[in-house]
Design a protein around this ligand. Structure first.
Ligand SMILES: CC(C)(COP(=O)(O)OP(=O)(O)OC[C@H]1O[C@@H](n2cnc3c(N)ncnc32)[C@H](O)[C@@H]1OP(=O)(O)O)[C@@H](O)C(=O)NCCC(=O)NCCS
Length: 313
């Protein structure tokens, strides 16, 4: 662990330390970390190769102020310079997120001064909040900015009867901005049918979104009733739901997803790579135009992401 930290700092990583940086200082740092792990204040992951050599590490800081028990900080994401660009960072990050969720955290925050790390976090669905200039120093003492990110941890599960009130509450919160008032009765009827294929998204023990993916005919999927609580709009949950829908569509053998959007939601789907097929003025109700769209999902994840910006959400 000390070797990874020393080599990262010597290669220019802005991770709290300045040059000259010695193994002794690194060892002291990890000893203090060890005490935090033992006390349950921190989770540390270590990536090793088959021979047991340390390739990298990441931490989740669990110990937060009394009024933020649901938050964790991701910290000290380090991959040894000789082990980079092999997916170690991505695996460490996924492990950190999973363990944070298991530890009861629903919001993760981090900041980084590294462009490589920014790409890693954005690929994993983290949201950029902004850049703070002159935040810290690089190991050689040069001032540097930091970019702050967050991720709302969420899970997907099949819709159950008891989700009906929460799903209707999400609809109500989006009406009349994104849905016409007359659509509520249709939605309630749809939910009362206990739709098999409807998925809810849960964050902090609350239903924050839902979507349905159905296969009316071989090779074709339709996306129905996708909606997200306004208080999590812009947090990456919508894009995460779309990634989930695309995965489900691929698994079912569909090559495209039909989306019956409104003029309000169409730009979001266009950002995910969907193309507009037709527009029906007032198609959903007065002032709510219907936009029919299609999203090609392709056979392999790499093909589909090449023609959409889903991965950047
Ligand atoms: C940021 C950091 C942790 C990334 O670690 P990493 O193990 O290289 O991360 P990954 O391998 O998952 O991804 C890195 C790149 O390799 C690519 N990659 C992943 N697996 C690959 C493979 N098998 N073959 C080729 N490329 C691959 C990824 O797509 C990514 O591409 P990008 O550079 O276009 O974004 C590492 O650069 C680091 O330790 N930096 C110094 C410390 C630091 O600044 N940490 C951040 C503190 S917040």
């Amino acid at each position: 662990m000390s070797g990874v930290l020393v080599d990262c700092v010597r290669c220019g990583a802005s991770v709290s330390f300045l040059l000259p940086f010695t193994h002794e200082t690194a060892h002291k740092y990890w000893s203090a970390v060890s005490a935090d792990v033992t006390a349950g204040r921190r989770i540390v992951f270590v990536a090793e190769d088959a021979a047991g050599a340390t390739l990298g590490t990441v931490s989740v800081l669990l110990d937060q102020p009394q009024n933020q028990p649901h938050r964790g900080d991701v910290s000290k994401m380090l991959v040894h310079p000789s082990a980079r660009r092999r997916g170690v960072g991505a695996q460490l990050l996924a492990a950190a997120e999973r363990s944070a969720l298991q530890a009861g955290k629903t919001l993760l925050v981090l900041d980084t001064a590294s462009d490589d790390a920014e790409r890693l976090y954005e690929r994993a669905g983290w949201r950029r909040c902004g850049r703070i200039p002159l935040y810290a120093l690089m190991p050689d003492g040069t001032p540097c900015a930091t970019t702050v990110y967050f991720k709302l941890l969420h899970e997907f599960r099949p819709y159950g009867e008891s989700d009906l009130p929460s799903c209707l509450a999400v609809f109500d919160a989006n009406c009349p901005e994104y849905f016409a008032v007359n659509e509520r009765a249709d939605y309630e009827k749809f939910l009362n049918g206990r739709p098999n294929g409807f998925t809810v998204c849960v964050a902090a023990d609350q239903v924050v979104g839902a979507f349905g993916l159905f296969n009316p005919s071989p090779g074709r999927a339709t996306l129905n009733w996708i909606l997200i609580s306004p208080h999590v709009h812009g947090s990456g949950v919508g894009s995460s739901m779309m990634r989930q829908a695309v995965e489900q569509a691929r698994r079912s053998g569909a090559s495209s997803i039909s989306i019956a959007a409104s003029h309000k939601s169409a730009p979001f789907f266009a950002g995910c790579g969907a193309i507009q097929l037709s527009e029906t003025p007032d198609g959903w109700g007065p002032g709510m135009h219907r936009i029919d769209m299609e999203l090609r999902v392709g056979a392999s994840p790499s093909k589909a992401s090449a023609n959409s910006n889903l991965e950047n959400y």
